[in-house]
Ligand binder design. Structure first.
Ligand code: GAL
Length: 435
């Protein structure tokens, strides 16, 4: 019997009796017996994500720094794959997981993405023991824990709560067009502002559709603004047909908004489009608040204003980043410790200050955050929380892809009927799969 297997046999009997679902040794989740051989090399930690933009990368580095502060001898390997929203990264990750070659952890949203894409297929180990040991249940909002759980076990640690339904604007560009800094924009007010900018020859709404999530995210924000949180939830939950008049109206509103976007949008990534607003070359941009991470990285806090996407006041579109514990992690001890560190108060403060999201933990020191974060925290505490489909939380991966495809086509053809048919067909497939 090898040394590692001996260690395993001293593992917690409770977990062994569970059929070795996950073994713990000295409080560390080591995965199944077969993983123990890999547990010998704990010199590295490979973290997979898509956090590569000027705002995202420093935030990720803050997590690496927090980890190395506690484990200075471990080499952290940054396995990030560029591409906003994780489209490219998730494709690479899927191949690695199918080839039984997981990193030590990866970025995933909570909700359907975590469960359908990673937990149900068996790529993750439960981490309820880590939640218990670290007291996460006492400090993480129940709603987030529920979306990070499957069959009463927790499977990922939420690190930050992004707000998907933002509208950011360049204060002086709007002022030059005679638009007072808006606190709130109804959809008609948006078009009045966009017309004023167009009259000055300025792009009203910067768009970067090179990243596949952007058309889908823009549509879901318009949809929320038109139909409201209750119908939005029902639509993505398959409880309301997509040929709803509100969906058609959202299509018409989005088609009208496209009259005000930069013509080169298909060549720009989300952060390149947002840079147009920071540089004063466009008036507004709808984006999740990772955009605020770009503002911070470029020290543009005084130049950029923010508000809810038109019509979405009172709602908060959840885009929650988290990290799971892979089955078969090459460095399982470091992998488990990564989750402990990123769930800590200190790491969540350091990360979210730079990322633009707010901490998942509720016990962080709110006084260290600036006006944008405070606004988002207040909204998270009082507004209707709805899951983003564009970022994988609201629906099956299949439906999300259908939304990506339909919204991307819509940018070109503005065909509302085609949009409704595509989403109705995808919902029918989901219903079929669920029956
Ligand atoms: C989201 C992710 C954010 C940010 C954004 C742009 O899916 O949750 O953290 O990375 O994509 O890439």
């Amino acid at each position: 019997m090898t040394l590692t297997t001996t260690f395993a046999m001293r593992a917690n009997r409770r977990l062994l009796l569970k059929g070795g679902a996950a073994l713990t040794l000295g409080g560390l989740t080591l995965g199944r017996l077969g993983d123990l051989a890999a547990a010998q090399d704990e010199s590295k930690l490979e973290i997979f994500s898509w956090l590569t933009s000027p705002g995202e990368a420093p935030a990720l580095q803050a997590l690496f720094d927090a980890f190395n502060a506690k484990y200075p001898d471990v080499e952290v390997i940054n396995a990030a794959v560029a591409g906003g929203g994780g489209g490219a990264a998730q494709a690479v990750l899927q191949t690695r997981l199918q080839g039984n070659n997981p990193p030590d952890s990866w970025q995933t949203h909570i909700g359907r993405e975590l469960i359908d894409q990673y937990v149900v297929p068996g790529y993750c180990l439960p981490i309820s023991d880590i939640y218990e040991q670290e007291g996460f249940l006492e400090v993480m909002p129940q709603g987030l824990v529920e979306q990070a759980s499957w069959e009463s076990e927790q499977y990922s640690v939420p690190i930050g709560v992004h707000r998907g339904n933002g509208l950011f604007y360049n204060k002086s560009v709007l002022q030059d067009a005679g638009i007072a800094p808006p606190e709130k924009l109804a959809i008609d007010d948006f078009f009045a502002a966009a017309d004023a900018l167009k009259a000055k020859g300025v792009t009203g709404l910067a768009l970067g559709s090179k990243d596949a999530f952007v058309p889908a995210q823009t549509f879901e924000n318009v949809l929320l603004g038109v139909v409201g949180p209750e119908t939005y939830r029902k639509l993505f939950a398959g409880e309301q047909p997509w040929d709803d008049p509100g969906v058609r109206e959202a299509g018409d509103v989005l088609a009208h908004m496209l009259d005000y976007v930069n013509p080169d949008h298909s060549a720009l990534t989300w952060d390149e489009a947002f840079a147009l607003v920071i540089e004063g070359k466009a008036g507004m941009n709808t984006m999740g608040d990772w955009a605020w991470g770009e503002v911070i990285a470029k020290k543009a806090e005084d130049a950029i204003g923010w508000l809810n996407f038109p019509g979405t006041d009172g709602s908060f579109v959840l885009v929650v980043d988290s990290f799971p514990l892979p089955k078969g992690a090459p460095h399982p001890e470091n992998s488990a410790n990564w989750l402990r560190v990123i769930g800590s108060k200190e790491a969540q403060e350091a990360f979210n200050l730079l990322k633009g999201s707010i901490p998942a933990r509720t016990d962080t020191d709110k006084s260290i955050f600036g006006p944008y974060h405070q606004w988002s925290m207040e909204s998270f505490a009082k507004d209707e929380l709805v899951p983003s489909c564009a970022h994988g939380q609201a629906s099956s991966p299949q439906f999300k892809q259908a939304l990506y495809d339909a919204a991307t086509s819509f940018l070109v053809d503005r065909d509302v009927d085609a949009l409704v048919v595509a989403l109705s067909d995808a919902a029918a497939i989901d219903a079929e799969n669920a029956s």
